[in-house]
Design a protein. Structure first.
Length: 154
């Protein structure tokens, strides 16, 4: 019974991921270009008459109030500044390469699992399901950091 639930867990996470995609707007491009603060998800001020955002360059910028809150939290000894660094890493372009590597390793585990089933070797599906579950949990965390709720106009 546990094995069946563990096997279905990645499918449940995939379904939840696509279900949440309908309910939110992805703002990762705007965050990576410095148009929106990654912490509070508010628009950052723009100088009139110019477009300072280079579409090919990553420029993650935190607003003044969030910077202040993180500085105060780091002095007090909280963990908000560490969570901010993790959030920025999940949003950055560097994570996209890690995401591709994780997906490749996940596919490799699935192929090894299929090969082992063909040769009668049991027990390898634990690695495949565990890695798929880890991948989709990471994707759900990233989705949480890079989306906002849809407004009625959308």
């Amino acid at each position: 019974m546990f094995g069946l639930l563990f096997s279905l867990l990645p499918m449940i996470l995939i379904g939840y991921y696509f279900f949440t995609m309908k309910k939110g707007n992805d703002i990762s491009w705007e965050i990576r270009r410095g148009m929106i603060c990654p912490s509070c998800k508010e628009n950052l001020p723009v100088n009139d008459g110019e477009f300072p955002y280079d579409p090919k360059k990553e420029n993650i910028v935190t607003c003044i109030s969030c910077k202040r809150d993180e500085a105060i939290d780091s002095v007090v000894g909280g963990r908000k500044h560490l969570l901010s660094k993790i959030r920025i890493y999940f949003i950055s372009d560097k994570f996209k390469t890690v995401q591709k590597i994780l997906l490749g390793v996940s596919c490799a585990f699935v192929l090894v699992d299929i090969t082992c089933i063909c040769f009668g070797i049991k027990g390898m599906s634990v690695f495949s399901n565990g890695f798929n579950t880890l991948y989709w949990v990471i994707m759900l965390i990233r989705r949480r950091y890079t989306s906002i709720k849809k407004t009625p106009q959308d």
